[in-house]
Design a protein around this ligand. Structure first.
Ligand code: BV8
Ligand code: ZN
Length: 251
């Protein structure tokens, strides 16, 4: 642990890369977790596709409104806050997330690079006009969970969730910013991700190729176990605040 802290204190450019696990302690189910309600028999990767939305828009829109409702009711956890604290402690910092929730921002982080979009940014699938969700928490009709997606005021096409679906390319600017950060950092923290979804997961390889120290925070084994410099087995809401305290509280 000592040389982990020494390496972190000496780092000039830290990148934090997060997945669903960092929001688990805020009550947001991960992709691996069984979905609930109407969607419990569906693998998240099946629902998060253009085909699923084309086939049954109200089923998929209902799922995303259910998830958005969970996020609106959730609070950032100490893991989100610790990541925000790191931002001011290191000379150069980037936060890259696969998560579509806004808990990093509500936890105090700014300039968050969202690789897979944001639930709060739906848009028209026809003319791509942004759509703003009504303020209120979406009330899921009891049990059915189906919700007809709104239609675009400009062209009448369906509004779709502001996320990147499987088979769709990542937002160009975000993906370029993420690659640049991974290739120039000297300390890369991989937190709460199974590191299975591409091309996002390849960021860890880019950081490794750049000679960065790789710290993984995950209570469960992942494909990164063999290549990470350090692995801390534990929930990010516990591990990250401790890491920040150990690295910088005494200073
Ligand atoms: C594309 C938004 C091409 C939607 C998401 C190469 C090889 C193989 C396959 C591919 C390949 N390249 C592309 C593919 C296909 C595909 C892919 O990767 N498939 C996988 C399944 C193999 N990739 C794509 O389709 C990508 N697009 O390739 O386009 C293209 C290019 C040009 C032109 C046209 C097309 C797009 C991928 C993005 C899909 N969208 N999300 C939504 O959210 O609904 S992905 C989604 O799933 C998440 O964003 C995230 O990325 C992923 C889930 O992973 P994690 O976040 O890691 O979560 P998971 O549940 O898996 O794990 C949680 C972890 O947390 C666990 O390890 C657990 O132990 C840990 N944990 C639990 N509790 C805690 C914790 N950790 C810390 N603390 C805790 N308390
Ligand atoms: Zn439109």
């Amino acid at each position: 642990m000592a040389n982990l802290i020494t390496a972190l204190r000496a780092a000039s450019h830290v990148v934090v890369f997060t997945g669903a696990g960092v929001s688990a302690e805020s009550g947001i189910p991960t992709f691996r977790d069984k979905q609930a309600g109407l969607w419990e028999n569906f693998d998240a990767a099946e629902l998060a596709t253009p085909l699923a939305f084309a086939r049954d828009p109200s089923f998929v829109w209902g799922w995303y409104e259910w998830r958005r409702g969970l996020v609106l009711k959730a609070e950032p956890n100490p893991g989100h806050r610790a990541i925000a604290a790191m931002q001011s402690r290191v000379p150069h910092f980037n936060l890259i997330t696969q998560n579509v929730d806004d808990l990093h921002e509500r936890g105090g982080s700014c300039e968050v690079i969202h690789l897979h979009g944001e639930l709060s940014k739906p848009y028209c699938e026809g003319c791509h006009l942004p759509y703003s969700h009504p303020e209120a928490i979406p009330d899921m009709p009891s049990g059915s969970g189906r919700l007809q997606p709104p239609t675009c005021g400009a062209c009448g096409a369906k509004i779709r969730p502001g996320v990147v679906w499987f088979g769709e390319p990542l937002p160009k600017a975000s993906w370029k910013a993420a690659r640049d950060a991974a290739r120039h950092c000297d300390f890369f923290i991989c937190c709460g991700t199974s590191a299975l979804v591409q091309p996002a997961a390849s960021l860890a390889d880019m950081a490794m190729d750049a000679g960065a120290t790789i710290l993984q925070v995950n209570p469960n084994p992942t494909d990164l176990d063999s290549s990470a410099t350090f692995t801390i087995r534990g929930p990010s809401g516990i591990v990250l605040p401790q890491l920040v305290a150990d690295a910088w509280s005494a200073l």
